[in-house]
Design a protein around this ligand. Structure first.
Ligand SMILES: Cc1cc2nc3c(=O)[nH]c(=O)nc-3n(C[C@H](O)[C@H](O)[C@H](O)COP(=O)(O)O)c2cc1C
Length: 306
């Protein structure tokens, strides 16, 4: 047994060409699964692996002589590529510039996002830390305003059918069970969200995903760490920003489409394979809004342990 994901249940195979090994031991240093040992200046399998090889590939990536090949869990030697030069890495200043210029964009020009740009976003997002390889993050791509809008209309209709969840009688009934904070959240945030998403859509105004020309929904399988899809979505957002797009994360859809038959039907219609603990939409498009200033944002607290 290995660490399971939806794509892999077995550990990867570690193939060693001993003749090539120069005994440097770099693979021993990087393997967090204790798979290797050096005997007589050559690597061998240690036989005290912790979980079985998860195919992180670090041993292949540090080996200077090509001694190791990992096969399985969706990885092989063919996935190795030459690292771009360190000199080509963006400086802190250029990264900070991009981060400072980012704003949540909700107004888009009537311009499609080109297929090459979509592919670049997906390529960059797939470099995100994958939790346990192979990644269990799934992505649903809505590659036109029409498709984005159609989802919003379906979602709005779906919310209309479960609107009793924010009715006065239901909130009053539930208060003793889910407590003060949840009650306040339901009345102060969730109920107005229902009102806007349902009533405004009927008037033609899409507050759900703002008629963006591109949307991507990141979600995980039941095996996934809940953070994985959020990390991937963040990478996608940053990639979009680097390509000159405006972006916005949308957290308000995912929690509503997890439970019940109606939610399942909506998920099935859009090819969403699982309900999942976390998931996030990101919308992209060429921004209509030009900001003249930024605003400084802060964490709630930065506490240095003494
Ligand atoms: C996890 C997450 C979920 C969000 N969900 C929504 C959303 O559903 N609708 C929306 O209009 N904005 C959403 N936002 C955008 C925030 O409202 C936005 O970050 C905030 O207004 C601050 O603006 P800024 O991103 O331009 O600094 C979300 C942001 C995050 C990080």
């Amino acid at each position: 047994m290995a660490i399971p994901t939806s794509r892999a249940k077995e550990p990867a195979k570690i193939l060693i060409n001993t003749e090539l090994c120069n005994g440097c031991g770099k693979c021993v240093e990087v393997c967090t699964d204790f798979n290797f040992k050096i005997v007589d200046h050559k690597i061998q399998l240690s036989n005290h692996s912790l979980f079985g090889c998860v195919a992180c590939g670090h041993c292949m990536m540090v080996c200077p002589t090509g001694t190791i090949a990992i096969e399985g869990r969706e990885l092989s030697e063919n996935d190795l590529f030459e690292l771009p030069s360190k000199d080509a890495v963006p400086s802190y200043e250029s990264l900070l510039t991009m981060l400072q210029r980012r704003r949540s964009t909700r107004e888009f020009k009537e311009i499609d996002v080109e297929e090459t740009v979509i592919q670049k976003i997906l390529d960059a997002a797939q470099t995100a830390p994958m939790g346990l390889p192979p990644s269990d993050v799934h992505v649903i791509v809505f590659d036109s305003k029409t498709k984005v809008r159609a989802f919003a209309e379906d979602f709005s209709k779906y919310l209309s059918g479960i609107r009793w969840m924010v009715s006065k009688w239901f909130l009053t009934l539930m208060r003793p069970f889910w407590g003060k904070a949840n009650d306040e959240m339901m009345r102060g945030f969730i109920k107005p969200v229902f009102d806007i998403y349902v009533d405004e859509m009927k008037k033609g105004k899409n507050w759900i995903n703002y008629d963006a020309p591109l949307a991507m929904y990141f979600y995980g399988s039941p095996y996934t760490d809940p953070a994985d899809s959020i990390v991937a979505a963040t990478y996608a957002m940053l990639a979009g920003e680097s390509l000159g797009l405006g972006t916005c994360m949308l957290g308000a859809v995912h929690p509503f489409i997890q439970y019940g038959k109606k939610a399942r039907r909506l998920r099935e219609k859009y090819g969403i394979k699982y309900p999942s603990r976390e998931g996030l939409f990101v919308i992209f498009g060429y921004s209509k809004v030009h900001y003249k200033k930024g605003v400084k944002r802060t964490f709630a607290d930065i506490h240095r342990v003494g």
